[in-house]
Design a protein around this ligand. Sequence first.
Ligand code: SF4
Ligand code: SF4
Ligand code: SF4
Length: 181
Amino acid sequence: MSLSRRDLLKKLFLWATGGTVAGLILGPWFNRIAFKRRLWQIDPDKCTNCGLCENACVKFHSAVRCVHTYAICGYCDLCSGYYRQGTAMLDTAPERQICPTGAIERNFIENPYFEYRINRELCIGCGRCAKNCEAFGNGSLYLQIDQEYCSHCNQCAIAAVCPANAIRPTEASLPYLLKGG
Ligand code: SF4
Ligand code: SF4
Ligand code: SF4
């Protein structure tokens, strides 16, 4: 049975509008599934703070940031993640700090306690503080991909070069792999 031109146009119209409606309904669902698969995160137990996170990320200044788990540590007067080794004075002079951008804020709490807070706007994910914290402290400073800065690439450019195989996909419901969390 052959279709008339009018019937054929009608069928094409129904097919096209049906596809559009299905797209509108199913699109967000597919996006959610895809987004779920595209979240990347650093396993803090595997990361060696090698320094590649700062420049391997496709984002300028990296999507990686240092985070701090205060339950582990974070109130010492002499913080090995904040001060260069062998520093004589415990003040906030830039030359005594490990961080190249001044992203770690040292705030007095009460004698002898100070709180070390990361300024996300200034942190570039270089990992220098985390490396020193791991070597001489308790490892309370460590790196995480900040999901607000991350572009959620299909293949994380850092994961492709990470020597410790520390970056892996994670569930959207678990965007951070926090120590002790
Ligand atoms: S590249 Fe891997 S090991 Fe190096 S700092 Fe980034 S996550 Fe850690
Ligand atoms: S040393 Fe590097 S990783 Fe640590 S806070 Fe400063 S910029 Fe961020
Ligand atoms: S997924 Fe892309 S934007 Fe996010 S950390 Fe990896 S390379 Fe950077």
